[in-house]
Design a binder for this molecule. Structure first.
Ligand code: BG6
Length: 522
C-alpha cells in the first residue's frame, strides 16, 4: 500500500481529464456479432459515462440479421442488463440509465448484405441524415467487426460507394480493421495491398486489443519516464526476457475458427509481439504516432525469422483447470478428433540490434494452462560471487523485474537482502507495486482508448502495414514447417499444467535457464 504521503497524494489527485472527441458518426459492420455486444458497445457506454464521446455523435449498426432499430436497441439494453454483476469483461454493479439512454437515442440499425451496393447506398443516406440530426460534421469511423474474409470486400464497397472520400480534408473517414489481419505473411501482404488500393494508410486503423490494456500502454511510460531503467536496459545487464501469456480458457465456442488458426497465428505475431516491441523498442523521439511505430517496427525488422528448433508446439489433453475437470482439445466442439492444431506455442527469438544482441527473448502462450497470467519478466545478470567468498553464500539469486499485465496489474522487482543475524546469508525478496493500491479502479473493457484514439486521429496504438507484415515474416518458417509435418505427440500437455516438457527443454538448452512458474510471482 502507498505509505509515502507526498507520492501518495500525487497519485490520489485526479488525472487531467481528456477532452471529448470531436463530432463524428461510428458505423459498426457486424453489429449483431459477439465482439460488438461484449466489447464495443460496453466500451462506447464507458466512453459516454466518462464524457469522452462527443455530444454530436451517431451510432449506426449494419448487419444481415433481421432486426429493426427498436429491436437492436432492445437487444443491447437486455445485454447491458445481463452484464450487471455478471462475470464478463464488462463488470458493473448498475447501469447509468441516463448515459445509456443518451447512447440509445443515437443508434440506428441498417439491415443489409455487406456484398450489395444497396446496403451502402442506404448507409450513405443515413450518414447524411446523421450529419444533419446529430451534427456529426460528416466524419465517420467505420468499424469492421466482421469475419476476416469481409475486410477487403467491405473496405472496397465503402470506397467505391464514395463513403471513404474525405473531401480534401473537409471531413475524415477512418476504418478500424479487426484481427486476424491475414492468415500468414502472404495473405497479410495481399490484404494490405487490397486495402491500400482504396484507402490511405492514415485512414486504416489495424486494431490489436492488447494495446488497449492499460498496463501494456504503461510499459513505455515506465521505461522512458524513469531515468534508472534505461542505463541497464540492454545486453550488458539483461540475461534474458520471458514473455508469458497463459490462459485458462479452452477454445470455447470457437473450435471452427481455432482449427484454422492455432495458438501461433492467434496470439504471437499480434498480441505477444506487441508486448515484445514495447519491451525492446528504442526510445522514440516523441509520442508522434509514426515515431513510436517506427521504433517498434525497427525491432520487428531486426528479429530473424524463427527456425524450427527454436519453436515448440503443444496441444492440451484432459485435465483439471482451477479445480474443474476439462476435456482435451480434440473433444472440444467443432474440433477434429485427430486435430494437429496447436493450443500452445513457445519460441526463442533473437533481436539483432546493438542493445539486444545475444539476449534471448522466450515467448510462450497457451490455452488451458494452470492460471490466467500475462507477464513480461526481465532477468538481470547475476552479480559476481567473489565478494561472498568465505561466507555461507554459495550462489546469488537472479534479479527479476516483472511487468504484470493481467489479471493483476503491477510491477515487481526481485532482489536479495541479507537475512538478519550473525552469519551472512541472503534471501530473495520482492518489492511490489500494484495498480489497484494506488489508483481508483476504472470501468474498462480495453476498447475505450482504442476507439477514442481513432476518433481523435491518434494512430499510435494501431498497427501500421509494415509492422503487421514484419510480424508475420518472423513466424512464417515455423508456420510452414508445422503445416508440412504433423505432430506425433499430441496431446502433449495436461490441461491445467504449465505446458509441454519440450518447452522446458527449449529454455534449458541455453545454459540451464527455466521458465518462471506461472502466476505465483516468483
Ligand atoms: C484473442 C484471441 O485475440 O485474444 C483469443 O483470439 C484470446 O484466443 C484472446 O483468448 C486473449 O485476450 P484477453 O484480452 O482475454 O487476454
Amino acid at each position: 500500500m502507498p505509505n509515502d504521503a507526498a507520492v501518495s497524494s500525487a497519485t490520489q489527485e485526479s488525472a487531467p481529464q481528456a477532452k471529448p472527441a470531436g463530432p463524428c458518426a461510428m458505423v459498426i459492420f457486424g453489429t449483431a456479432g459477439d465482439l460488438t455486444k461484449r466489447l464495443v458497445i460496453p466500451a462506447l457506454y464507458n466512453l459516454t459515462t466518462s464524457k469522452l464521446l462527443p455530444d454530436d455523435f451517431a451510432l449506426i449498426g449494419v448487419d444481415i440479421a433481421d432486426l429493426s432499430t427498436e429491436k437492436w436497441r432492445q437487444r443491447l439494453t437486455d445485454m447491458m442488463q445481463s452484464f450487471v454483476a455478471g462475470d464478463g469483461e464488462f463488470q458493473t454493479d448498475s447501469i447509468d440509465i441516463t448515459a445509456w439512454k443518451s447512447l440509445l437515442a443515437r443508434m440506428t440499425y441498417v439491415q443489409g448484405d455487406f456484398a450489395t451496393d444497396a446496403t451502402f447506398a442506404r448507409l450513405g443516406d443515413i450518414l447524411q441524415r446523421a450529419e444533419q440530426v446529430h451534427r456529426t460534421g460528416g466524419n465517420v469511423l467505420f468499424y469492421l467487426a466482421v469475419a476476416d474474409r469481409f475486410f477487403g470486400p467491405v473496405a472496397e464497397k465503402i470506397a467505391t460507394t464514395g463513403l471513404a472520400d474525405q473531401q480534401d480534408g473537409k471531413r475524415w473517414r477512418r476504418v478500424i480493421v479487426e484481427k486476424p489481419f491475414g492468415h500468414d505473411w502472404t495473405t497479410a501482404k495481399a490484404l494490405n495491398a487490397r486495402l491500400l488500393k482504396v484507402l490511405g494508410e492514415n485512414q486504416i486503423y489495424r486494431i490489436d486489443h492488447f494495446l488497449g490494456k492499460e498496463t501494456v500502454q504503461s510499459i513505455m511510460a515506465v521505461r522512458f519516464a524513469n531515468g534508472f531503467f534505461e542505463p541497464i536496459w540492454n545486453r550488458d545487464h539483461i540475461d534474458h526476457v520471458q514473455i508469458t501469456v497463459a490462459e485458462t480458457i479452452g477454445v470455447e465456442h470457437r473450435g471452427r475458427f481455432y482449427e484454422q488458426t492455432g495458438a501461433l497465428r492467434d496470439m504471437v505475431p499480434n498480441h505477444v509481439f506487441q508486448l515484445l516491441t514495447m519491451t525492446a523498442m528504442e526510445p522514440p523521439s516523441s509520442f508522434d504516432p509514426d515515431a513510436v511505430r517506427s521504433r517498434k517496427n525497427d525491432i520487428l525488422s531486426a528479429i530473424p525469422p524463427v527456425s524450427l528448433d527454436c519453436a515448440v508446439r503443444g496441444q492440451y489433453g484432459r485435465g483439471e483447470v482451477m479445480g474443474r475437470s476439462v476435456d482435451d482439445y480434440r473433444h472440444e466442439p467443432d474440433v477434429s478428433a485427430t486435430s494437429p492444431v496447436e493450443t500452445y506455442v513457445a519460441l526463442k527469438l533473437e533481436i539483432d540490434t546493438w542493445r539486444w544482441a545475444g539476449v534471448p527473448f522466450y515467448l510462450r502462450t497457451g490455452k488451458r494452462m494452470s492460471k490466467r497470467w500475462t507477464e513480461i519478466a526481465i532477468r538481470f545478470r547475476r552479480a559476481p560471487l567473489s565478494l561472498f567468498k568465505g561466507t555461507n553464500v554459495a550462489e546469488t539469486h537472479a534479479n527479476w523485474l516483472i511487468l504484470q499485465i493481467q489479471p493483476d496489474e503491477g510491477i515487481s522487482l526481485q532482489y536479495q537482502v541479507k537475512r538478519p543475524g550473525q552469519t551472512v546469508t541472503l534471501s530473495p525478496i520482492k518489492m511490489s507495486f500494484a495498480y489497484k493500491d494506488w489508483f481508483p479502479p476504472q470501468s474498462n473493457v480495453g476498447y475505450e482508448t482504442l476507439i477514442y484514439d481513432c476518433m481523435i486521429g491518434d494512430a499510435t496504438l494501431f498497427q501500421r502495414a509494415d509492422m503487421v507484415e514484419a510480424g508475420w515474416c518472423i513466424v512464417q518458417p515455423v508456420l510452414d514447417a508445422w503445416a508440412s509435418k504433423q505432430p506425433t505427440d499430441f496431446p502433449n500437455y495436461e490441461a491445467g499444467s504449465s505446458g509441454p516438457a519440450a518447452a522446458d527443454r527449449l529454455i534449458a538448452d541455453a545454459g540451464g535457464r527455466s521458465w518462471r512458474s506461472i502466476g505465483n510471482g516468483t
